[in-house]
Design a protein around this ligand. Structure first.
Ligand SMILES: [Zn+2]
Length: 251
């Protein structure tokens, strides 16, 4: 299995062992807001930690960890250009497979500007992008994200994450992939399964988004277990639990 969106830097060493025992082989850890990211130096140190320390901590437990690097909308440094200018060289590391997580939180002017610059860069470099959507105002913010995507990015490079039953209709016919985050406060296992039953498995990837907020490092294996108990066949389970992610991120 692949957990397509985690925050490894916030989790204890033991979580990786538990994930490996439960059948997770690969995961993608995303840049986010573990500290107030007041300057580019802090963001770049954070991204560097993901590539070195967290890749190693996961590897020691049998998890092949990949990295998504970028500026999270809740963590925009004042000198953000320095981070964007460095992204092309950061992406030269074969472990760094995407720009992310980027996106919009409140949809402020500053957020829009930095999001747009990063999706333009992804389009130019032809790298996958992990796009965060907020808990509050999700529907409205997704409309803004979709209009920015259609002008600035080949949508097949994007995964829009934290999709729920209220917004799935807006995005399911677009070119992009969709992330289902099974986490307390986001989707329950049953809600994720209802979405998969209704919309099929071709566009979706499962993730825990485990972080310092309430999360479950085993939410992907638990969802897969529940899918087995329902009427999903092996090929459907394989798609949402690793094949779609493997293809999208070229792992
Ligand atoms: Zn996240």
């Amino acid at each position: 299995m692949i957990d397509s969106h985690i925050h490894a830097d916030t989790r204890p060493y033991e979580d990786f062992e538990m994930m490996a025992i439960s059948g997770i082989e690969k995961a993608i850890t995303c840049a986010h807001d573990p500290l107030p990211m007041k300057s580019a130096v802090v963001t770049l140190e954070h991204i560097s930690r993901l590539q070195k320390l967290d890749v190693k901590r996961a590897q020691e437990n049998g998890i092949d960890l990949y990295v998504a690097a970028g500026i999270h909308p809740r963590a925009i440094p004042t000198d953000y250009e320095k981070v964007i200018n460095k992204l092309p060289s950061i992406l030269n590391n074969p472990k760094v497979v995407a720009i992310g997580e980027i996106g919009l939180e409140k949809g402020s002017k500053e957020e829009l500007k930095i999001f747009k610059e990063q999706i333009k860069l992804a389009d130019k470099l032809k790298v996958p992008v992990i796009i965060h959507t907020p808990r509050k105002n999700k529907e409205k913010v997704i409309d803004t994200i979709l209009s920015l995507l259609s002008e600035n990015l080949d949508e097949s490079l994007a995964v829009i994450d934290h999709i729920d039953d209220k917004v799935v209709d807006k995005v399911v016919d677009r070119e992009c992939m969709l992330g289902l985050t099974i986490q307390p406060g986001k989707l329950t296992i049953d809600k994720a399964i209802t979405i998969l039953e209704e919309y099929g498995v071709d566009k979706f990837m499962l993730n825990s988004d485990m972080s310092s907020a309430p999360s479950d490092p085993l939410s992907v294996p638990k969802t897969v277990h529940k899918m087995r108990l329902k009427d999903f066949n092996d090929s459907e389970i394989a798609k949402v639990s690793y094949k779609n992610a493997e293809k999208f991120f070229k792992l």
